[in-house]
Design a protein around this ligand. Structure first.
Ligand code: XBP
Ligand code: MG
Length: 241
């Protein structure tokens, strides 16, 4: 099949955003008067759970805490998202190496560009405004994000939604991910996956990926992606570089 679309994960793939997410969770906890502080080790462990609200629930369960009410959790997460989008607006989080180049090459080849992410949609908008200076809908043809699906990564649902919106088959698409849950989600949706582990996922098992690189600037990514047929891509690449 011929390559028709590139689908990007957001957090950890487009940019190293998780440290700002961690700081934003802690700011929201403090604002809510909760004596919760997630250090980097806590967050690395809790990142195994995708979705910010689900991550708070996992923390409550891990610590045997009385769970927040649903409305209180939604308010807490909404404030966390506010802190995150404000932090992104400072410009402190750049795109990862190779991302901009890869997307430019994709556009030159007439490929559709999409996002399939667990993060909340406002975070995608904030990242695009801070890095491309444009709305997310002006950077990507399709955006599938956050609570649009009930089952988050490693479930394939968000990739299935992105494929449906793109109107392409999994075999015509290449996914770019940074985490074990994200690679599993794309793989289960039938896509070939390029994995570039991020600061918070470098310890994770990404072996389901078809290609593992340090970052998307690696020549192996462009070499594989520029082949017209994905068949030659998926058959010819090593699993790790
Ligand atoms: C990463 C996630 C998200 C973020 C936090 O998403 O799992 O939950 O950590 O964002 P992806 P929210 O790697 O799929 O982009 O608090 O908005 O969930
Ligand atoms: Mg990610």
């Amino acid at each position: 099949m011929t390559l028709k679309a590139l689908i990007f994960d957001v957090d950890g793939t487009l940019a190293e955003t998780e440290e700002l997410h961690r700081e934003s969770f802690n700011a929201a906890f403090a604002e809510a008067g909760l004596a919760w502080v997630w250090d980097r080790d806590d967050y690395r462990r809790l990142l195994a759970v995708t979705g910010g609200k689900e991550r708070v629930r996992a923390f409550e369960s891990e610590r045997g805490l009385n769970p927040l009410g649903e409305d209180a959790l939604r308010a807490l997460h909404s404030h966390k998202t506010m802190f995150f989008t404000e932090g992104m607006a400072t410009g402190r989080v750049p795109l990862r190496p190779g991302v901009e180049e890869l997307m430019l090459r994709g556009r030159e080849r007439g490929l559709a560009l999409a996002v399939a992410t667990t993060t909340s949609r406002p975070n995608v908008d904030a990242l695009c405004r801070a890095t491309w200076g444009r709305k997310a809908a002006e950077v990507f043809d399709v955006i599938a994000a956050g609570d649009e699906v009930a089952a988050k990564k490693p479930a394939p649902d968000i990739y299935v939604l992105a494929l449906a919106r793109l109107g392409v088959d999994a075999g015509e698409t290449l996914a770019f991910e940074d985490s074990e849950a994200g690679v599993a989600a794309a793989h289960r949706a039938g896509l070939s996956v390029v994995a570039a582990p991020s600061v918070y996922t470098c310890h994770q098992d990404l072996s389901l990926a078809d290609l593992i690189v340090a970052d998307l600037a690696d020549p192996a990514v462009m070499a594989a992606f520029t082949r017209r047929s994905l068949r030659s891509y998926s058959e010819s690449i090593d699993r790790t570089v």
